[in-house]
Design a protein around this ligand. Structure first.
Ligand code: 5GP
Length: 115
């Protein structure tokens, strides 16, 4: 059984975060240490620790994470210029918080990811 992280407390609004969107499946909030002019985290409301733990029953929430990312990018006016969506998995992937999340990064040219 995965342990809750700080993201569960953010989702339940028990600790402060700049929440930009929330519905019955997902929550989106600004990253506390932004790595781009726009850096938003989109998370499922229920705890899934890593990409390895995603089940078929999670597919609706995972799909919603992408549609919410696109909506927030459009609202921020960066959809046409473009942006990056990233999900890190486990230590080699650089995952620090074990509640699956999608990074939405944009607002400036980000350069090639793999070089
Ligand atoms: P990961 O490396 O796990 O893919 O990314 C975790 C992200 O969560 C990091 O970009 C980090 O800045 C962000 N983060 C960690 N703790 C908090 C927090 O308490 N509040 C917010 N808003 N972001 C956090």
């Amino acid at each position: 059984m995965a342990e809750e992280t700080i993201f569960s407390k953010i989702i339940r609004r028990e600790i402060p975060a700049d929440i930009l969107y929330q519905d019955e499946l997902v929550t989106a909030f600004r990253d506390i240490f932004p790595k781009a002019p726009l850096h938003i985290l989109i998370v499922p409301n229920h705890l899934i620790a890593t990409a390895n733990d995603v089940k078929a029953s999670d597919e609706l929430a995972l799909g919603r994470m992408v549609t919410v990312a696109a909506k927030l990018a459009a609202e921020a006016g960066i959809a046409e210029d473009g942006y990056r969506l990233i999900m890190n998995c486990n230590s080699h992937g650089g995952q620090e918080v074990y509640h699956i999340h999608m990074h939405l990064l944009g607002g400036a040219p980000l350069g090639p990811m793999l070089s």
